[in-house]
Design a binder for this molecule. Structure first.
Ligand SMILES: [Mg+2]
Length: 430
């Protein structure tokens, strides 16, 4: 059967997200830099104004500055990129369940057998429009009959374009391309191929198969087949759980937290959100972490491994609070707090009941599930813990935290300087 495969590649993804959050960056040559303070930092992404100066991805920051002295370099905000990445994957999943991510900003879609499969080009155009309209981002899409050729298609024309490569156009459109544009041709394979005068994909395709197999080994077989349009690799089903390593929420409260009561209100609200998301993803956390930032913006984190894994808001809140009490000396008020569950396991993994647990875990979890059902039907405000009702509305409005996306970036060793307006749930993908 003829397959309908899309490869979607976001254009300048990190830089585009930064420009969404800081529109003023659209007006200047700008790049996202890794380790901006260190001399060995590199360019991770750049906008088109920076490209016009010849700034390239992966080059050293000092090289980029030499080409473009006015270049504005901003640090990366990975939780923002993950947030948008997940929104995009969720959009793609409305077309097919076969959505295979390739990093945060690329993925394949298999439309074969779906109602979109008969006109994949129209579908690709529709997806581009939606991505632009819903999120203000642009992408390039390759449409073809297998994964490796679709990937070449998304590189063919950028930004914001669809390129269709049918099987009948393989020789005309693909064979003239440099051999290193093919997926899995790394620097050393490229050198090896160039050494025997293979410069284009067509050169490789026309070589005798046994010769390439002998020359490059196993990798050679795959490459020769791809060059000849043979790539039966399936597009994997999207599974949000597969890559999820942790679930965390953090907030900067409306006024600073001044005492343990304030902290407890905040922890209860955050734990409730974390637990709800764990249950939604059918996961349990084996370790609970807190992240605390005071008014001088000093921050630290603490974590504890639980005796039995949990998805209960109550367990998470109590653990977080005890971590807090053990670690904070109240020399200053607190500005931001985060709670995160890590070392996630599938909820079906049998757990050992702890003899220290007064209420069996399942009962607590059942109470939480009633919360989930009510909220699903009537909205988040329908039910609250009593403690959330007592909470000072100047601290947390309606007992709900306002999320600080990236509040937890400290846990990933990334310093965060700005706060963004969007509501974000952080799910670390490692
Ligand atoms: Mg990209």
């Amino acid at each position: 059967m003829n397959r309908s495969i899309l490869h979607i590649d976001q254009n300048c993804f990190f830089a585009s997200v930064e420009m969404l959050n800081h529109p003023e960056l659209r007006e200047v040559p700008m790049a996202v830099g890794g380790d901006a303070d260190k001399r060995h930092g590199i360019i991770l992404a750049k906008n088109q104004k920076a490209s016009a100066f010849g700034v390239k991805t992966a080059e050293a920051l000092w090289q980029a500055r030499e080409k473009c002295p006015s270049l504005v370099i901003v640090p990366g905000h990975y939780e923002q990129y993950e947030y948008y990445s997940r929104l995009l994957f969720e959009l793609y999943c409305t077309y097919t369940d076969r959505v295979e991510p390739y990093g945060l900003d690329e993925c394949w879609l298999d439309l074969t057998g779906t109602k979109y499969g008969s006109d994949p080009v129209a579908t690709a155009n529709e997806i581009r429009e939606k991505v632009q309209h819903l999120y203000g981002l642009t992408c390039s899409i390759g449409v073809s009959f297998n994964k490796s050729i679709a990937k070449l298609g998304s590189d063919y024309k950028k930004p914001d374009a669809t390129t269709y490569i049918p099987e009948s156009e393989l020789k005309r459109m693909v064979w003239p391309l440099p051999v290193e544009t093919l997926l899995f041709v790394g620097r050393s394979t490229q050198r090896k191929l160039n050494r025997i005068n293979i410069k284009t994909i067509g050169d490789l395709a026309r070589m005798s198969f046994p010769y390439i197999e002998d020359y490059l080994g196993r990798n050679g077989i795959k490459l020769w087949q791809c060059a000849n349009g043979i790539d039966p690799t399936p597009v994997q089903r999207y599974n949000v759980k597969r890559d999820m390593k942790s679930v965390g929420n953090s907030t900067t409260t409306a006024r600073d937290m001044l005492n343990e009561q304030d902290v407890w209100y905040t922890i209860v609200a955050l734990s409730d959100q974390v637990a709800t998301r764990l249950r939604r993803y059918q996961r349990r956390a084996q370790t609970i972490q807190i992240w605390v930032r005071d008014t001088s913006l000093d921050h630290y984190e603490k974590q504890r491994r639980l005796i039995s894994p949990t998805d209960s808001a109550d367990d998470i809140a109590k653990t977080a609070m005890s971590l807090f009490k053990e670690s904070y000396d109240w020399s200053k008020p607190i500005r931001s707090l985060g709670v995160r569950g890590t070392q996630l396991i599938d909820e079906t993994t049998p757990d050992q009941l702890s003899i220290f647990d007064m209420v069996p875990h399942r009962d607590k979890s059942n109470i939480d599930r009633v919360f989930d059902t009510l909220r699903l039907q009537f909205g988040d405000q329908i039910i609250k813990k009593a403690v959330q009702l007592q909470c000072d509305s100047k601290l947390i409005e309606n007992g709900q935290t306002r999320d600080t996306p990236g509040g937890f970036s400290a846990l990933n060793g990334i310093e965060r300087k700005s706060r963004h307006k969007i509501h974000s749930e952080t799910a670390a993908i490692e």
